[in-house]
Design a protein around this ligand. Sequence first.
Ligand code: BGC
Length: 754
Amino acid sequence: MNIKKILKELTLEEKASLLSGADFWHTKAVERLAIPQIMVSDGPHGLRKNAEGSANPNEAIKAVCFPTASALACSFDRNLLTMMGKALGEECQAENVSVILGPGCNIKRSPLCGRNFEYFSEDPYLASEMAAAYIKGVQSKGVGTSLKHFAANNQETRRLTVNERIDERTLREIYLAAFEGAVKQAAPWTIMCSYNRINGHHSSQNKWLLTDVLRNDWGYNGLVMSDWGAVDDRVAGVKAGLDLEMPASFGKNDKLIVDAVNSGKLSMRQVDKCAERVLRLVDKAEESRTPTKWDMEAHHELAAKIESQCAVLLKNDEDILPLGKDEKICFIGEFADKPRYQGGGSSHINSFKVTSALEAVKDYCKVEYAQGYITTEDKTVPELLEQAIECARYNDKVVIFAGLPDNFESEGYDRTHIRMPECQIELINKIYKVNKNIVVVLHNGSPVELPFLDKIKGLLEVYLGGQAVGKATCDLLFGEAVPSGKLAESWCLKLEDNPSYLNFPGVGDEISYNEGIFVGYRYYDKKDMKVLFPFGYGLSYTSFEYSDIVISENEINDDQTLTVSCSITNTGSRAGMEIVQLYVRDKESSVIRPVKELKGFEKVSLRPGETKKVVFSLDKRAFAYYETAINDWFVEYGEFEIMIGASSRDIRLTASVYVNSKTKLPVQFTFNSTVGDVLSCSEGREVFGGLIDKFCKSMTDANGEGLGSNSMELAMAMLKDTPMRGILCYDERPEINRVWLKEMLDRLNSMMEE
Ligand code: BGC
């Protein structure tokens, strides 16, 4: 396609028409110039393509439902995500879908968000790495992705209108960072803007977000589309950099664009820019079309394999797991027969088949089964409960399949609590009375309270594990696969502990992200709080030893890269995989910073007795915070601790490095700058040090302040918060006055600029 030429030939009306969808899933064609339409479809953990000839957007073709993002992120495995992306890419190619609408990269600010199952993590680094790996996989097959929902779509309550007050440092370090990494590493063909407003502006018309940050700061040159129905003011959207409105506006907004250009309110250049990006996408999609066949059964197997590397073993007392084939085992709970394996809403896949644990267990042994509870309402059914108790009484081990039913969490609304259904809790408590060998398998999109934790010996968290979850679960329960997932989010003891608790979901349309950067473990660690399970936690059937941390330098400049390595040994008797996590801490900082932040991770596969070296590279961003004074990332000079561990609360190795900053923060000292601030830099000490020393001395000599002898430090402690104008009172000489002070401060400020 000769895009420049086509742009010249298109009429204004035709250009405007390209800037919105033809219907729910297609862009518009311009037949006169042979511009075809392309199809987009949800996403993200399977293909939800509208069935041929159906006008109902919820009628999708049969496809494969892979594990949802909440599960996927627990794999901490980039290769796995890429593998899944490739499979999705193949499916899209085969079905003529040019862009799959995902992955979702929003941060799990609160466990209540109804859509958390579609998001990766509370940690932006992990979220961006997972998203990037997925995007690379899909796009390697010549199919585009739509990284969504840009940005800060962290709740479902009033998601189309809510106005989130978020300070810039928090946006940059947490909510945008998740997108930034994925955009820079993987260049998604498209990005989907979110519904919500950020600091007063709808994302669909937020120039700062869509152009200043996304394009100018991050260098993104793909297409931005709206979330479905996210457009508020289409003309403002074009000005802000929203290329494509989805779905169709039935020509209404196209006309507004035409009118705005004709009346001079919108420039043709801006329309051209958006139209050009739509044409580029269409061109790329057409160029990338490849005849492809895909194998449903093979993708089902892949879904099982992926899930087996995502599930997290949270408890395994007395090594109750793995189960033996010869043991007398019963499975209890409706989810053993009909697993909950995906969430509700736009990501819902029409699975071509589902493998339940009850079916998959036939490959291992015979088990007894009792339904135990119902999921249609939270009500104990006495006969089901009785049957389950009887079933549990005469077996060696009981595996209870529990978790959240569909109506507990979904796109479109948030949870109001994090409790499990009462009927399931009663079931577990009653079974405990007749059998102490209980393993619980949990199916849920987001953390729950576990009031029964001390009554069970084993706990396997499978999240919403895709259509093959039953096979993966049985492989893990019987030790055919070894658990290797770790939590991508902290599990709080109670909802009230969560940092967003006081401000979720806001009042009316207003919400303030008052917890700032302290999301998830950044908050629990800073407050030294107990959690149910920490970020990065997960057990295995084998054990690992960490040793030999080595850093490439003891001191670096912030434009250099630090290499960190360590050795991991499998000290158990089974082959297994370990997720090695690297966190960084600024030991002393003049801004408030988290106790630690994840800056690297690797998943290593080890045979019994085997040792492997793991290597990490840390660049400036690993040490930096976002400094609004310079609108940039900034490393404060000083010592940083490198922590390598098996979870955020299980640090096994540490090392220290000094990082020198290549950037100076602009400083302007004024009459109201404190003595302490002035003396904190060498220039300040040079100009004022002698004088301040003299004042301190006079305070101690005269003993007038009651400081006692030898108390220069105390005098300084008293003086350090005094504004510079205050020191004039300490000197009776007339020439030590405001004019003199102004001159001295000017001198200091010019020294600071050098
Ligand atoms: C969701 C998107 C989805 C779109 C199309 C919206 O309501 O927020 O994630 O891709 O619908 O189904």
